[in-house]
Design a binder for this molecule. Sequence first.
Ligand SMILES: [Zn+2]
Length: 316
Amino acid sequence: MSRVNTVLGPIPAEELGIVAVHEHIGYGMPGSELDTQWWKTPEQRYAETVPKLRKFHEYGGGTFVEVTGICNGRDVDYYKSLSAKTGVHIVACTGFVGGDTALPFFARASVDYLTDHFVHEITVGIGDTGSRAGVIKVGVSRGGRMTELDKRIYRAAARAALRTGVPILTHLAIDAENAIAIFHDEKLPLDRVLFGHADDGVNAEKTRDTWIAEQGGRVGFDTFGYETELEDPPFWARPRKERLDHFLRFIDGHLDKALASADANCSPLGWPGVKGHTVNYLFEDLMPDLRAAGVDEATLTTLFVDNPAAFLTIQA
Ligand SMILES: [Zn+2]
């Protein structure tokens, strides 16, 4: 039977509903937890997060895929509590946002060590939480080219994906030739990989989105809502219409490979976050924009229900 690991246990893929495939409950750079000026009480974190997840649920959101890597503030017991209180399925990840966010302990680890660690978190659990990871996060370090460490993490992720049947989700889809070479080398089918952030303002020009799709990879337009129109836009923002048009061009021909999300932070760690941007952009802005552009309900179901379910389903 089709199955997906959530923090409260495995569920049938048919129960995922509408999926936000690349999101964060709380994301911060490694070490931000040591800077006392950014400390938040549990009450503050819940107060910032619960209303966003409740609203997500009210809008019809079913599943929130939390892709904060191992060193970026991942907190699985907290996700379990949020899921139980709000009714939103939460999928947690193993892996790293990129080589440059892996702390020295992991940065010095071998491919075998990293592989075994990812497999353990997927098949046994993440620490003593009892929760199993449902996706593996990897990414390209700052600089635009995969580093030696990025490549080691990608190789370990590919091996863990093959051993467990759990898919891989990437931070950035630039330098895809090197990533795909590793996946081919490890014989991982590319439909088990979602190449993310194909749409952000910094990398969209450099990302070979249609080429990735033609190789069989899935492509994430997953920074929706980071717009130059925001009050205080981040450096990766992009004009709203430019991103939407890019997405419409992509799904015209590559719908089966497309996934969309907002990459929002419910309660950022070590930084203020981006004001006015939440996961609910998907319901409040993106879906209305798509409908206004003539996208029909069946296509929305493919994008937000069927494609993520196919991606997340553990391959037996
Ligand atoms: Zn992200």
